[in-house]
Every structure is written in structure tokens, then in C-alpha cells.
Design a protein around this ligand. Structure first.
Ligand SMILES: CC(C)(COP(=O)(O)OP(=O)(O)OC[C@H]1O[C@@H](n2cnc3c(N)ncnc32)[C@H](O)[C@@H]1OP(=O)(O)O)[C@@H](O)C(=O)NCCC(=O)NCCS
Length: 192
């Protein structure tokens, strides 16, 4: 299947990066290898997902090879409680009935933000991150948000840039043994 956007299928006034094309919105197999061609569903996260998604977040963060003491220090940041998930725009991508990835967007008065994006290490680089980000950007666009901010893991910056974000700054984020560590601040610009 072609991976190029079907321009006649795009919604007028919504930037292509924020749109899901037919076959991507709730179901996607376009970017999956043939052995995973059965469908990828996107659904809202529920309270019952909290423990499994928190474990997934820890596995995904660890996939960059961070030291165990850094992962332990980020425990709160990697935890998604039932209340947290159900009070935000949280979407789960399911493969074979199991969560393969999760994204959580937060709404702010003048922008949205990506607070969590975690893909199971076994399923990374197969289009699931793209699918979840597009799903959330489409929701932000429908909500008339003009911008979506991301405080990105440094390793994830190339992914967000590929998705159409631009870098607008950096925040210090020192860790033991890495006093100069910074996090890229990125922004998706959506059309009103
Ligand atoms: C970063 C992450 C969310 C990307 O999701 P993914 O499902 O692996 O990415 P996708 O397969 O959807 O990639 C979409 C595009 O980005 C590119 N891309 C993805 N990860 C990349 C990386 N680390 N470096 C460069 N390009 C990358 C892909 O090659 C693809 O490009 P294409 O359009 O040419 O095909 C995922 O790897 C992850 O969960 N990483 C660990 C946790 C993390 O850091 N999360 C982000 C916190 S801010």
C-alpha cells in the first residue's frame, strides 16, 4: 500500500500531520510488517489500564539504555494512575488485544501538550507512535488548539521532528553523571 497521503481524503483546514487517513483512524495496518497485518485498534484509556500502561512506560523508557537508578528516579513520572488516565486525553493502541502503546495529551487554556508517549520496545519503529501522535493531534485540531507542546526525551526528538514538530527550546534536566543533560522543547503548530 502506498504510504503517501491521499490528498483527496484530507479534511479541509486540518494540517496533514494532524490527520488520520482512512485506515489509520481507529484501525491501522499500513506501517506494520506483514506478520502484524491484523489490525491495530486505538481506543480511549480506561482506569483498568493503569498498571499495564505504567509497566509499558517503564519498559519503553528503559529501551534507550538508561541506568537503572535513572529509571527508578523517574518512577513517578512514568506512573499513570486510574484517575490520571481518565481525566486526560489518553489513547491506547492495541495489538492482539494487548496495549502496544499509549499517548496522553493534556489540554491547557492556550495549547495542548504531549505528557506521555510509550511504545512497547518489541513494537517500536512500526508506525504505532506515528498513529498515536496523529490521533491526538487530530483531537487537538478539532478542539481548535493552535499548538501542542512536547518536553521530549532527547532520544525521541528525531521522531517528533519527523512527525512535523519544530524545536523551540531546551530545559535543563541534569541526572547523576550527566549534569549538562537537557530536554528538547518541541512544538506542533496546528492550523486554526
Ligand atoms: C519514540 C517512540 C515513541 C517512537 O514511536 P515508534 O512507534 O517507534 O515510531 P514510528 O515507527 O511511528 O516512527 C515514525 C517515524 O519516525 C521515525 N523514528 C522513530 N523513532 C526514531 C528515532 N529514534 N530516530 C529517528 N527516527 C525515528 C521512523 O523511522 C518513522 O519515520 P518514517 O516516516 O521515515 O517511516 C518510541 O520509539 C518509544 O516509545 N521510545 C521510548 C520511549 C520514549 O522515549 N518516548 C517518548 C517520550 S517524550
Amino acid at each position: 500500500m502506498s504510504r503517501r497521503p491521499q490528498l483527496d481524503a484530507l479534511e479541509p483546514g486540518v494540517p496533514p500531520a494532524a490527520q488520520t487517513l482512512p485506515g489509520e483512524h481507529d484501525v491501522c495496518n499500513e506501517h506494520l510488517p506483514s506478520r502484524l497485518v491484523h489490525q491495530m485498534n486505538i481506543r480511549a484509556a480506561t482506569a483498568a489500564d493503569a498498571m499495564e500502561l505504567t509497566a509499558l512506560a517503564h519498559r519503553a523508557k528503559a529501551s534507550w539504555g538508561y541506568p537503572a537508578d535513572w529509571i527508578a528516579a523517574w518512577r513517578n513520572d512514568l506512573t499513570m494512575t486510574a484517575d490520571y488516565l481518565t481525566s486526560r486525553r489518553a489513547f491506547v493502541a492495541e495489538h492482539g488485544g494487548r496495549p502496544a502503546g499509549v499517548v496522553v495529551f493534556e489540554e491547557h487554556p492556550d495549547h495542548w501538550s504531549v505528557e506521555h508517549l510509550w511504545i512497547d520496545p518489541d513494537l517500536q519503529r512500526r508506525g504505532i507512535g506515528r498513529l498515536l501522535v496523529r490521533h491526538g493531534l487530530a483531537a487537538a485540531t478539532r478542539d481548535r488548539a493552535a499548538r501542542v507542546h512536547v518536553l521530549s526525551d532527547p532520544h525521541a526528538e528525531p521522531f517528533y521532528l519527523r512527525m512535523g514538530a519544530v524545536r523551540i527550546g531546551a530545559e535543563p534536566a541534569p541526572m547523576p553523571g550527566a549534569p549538562e543533560r537537557v530536554l528538547p522543547v518541541l512544538e506542533f503548530r496546528l492550523e486554526a
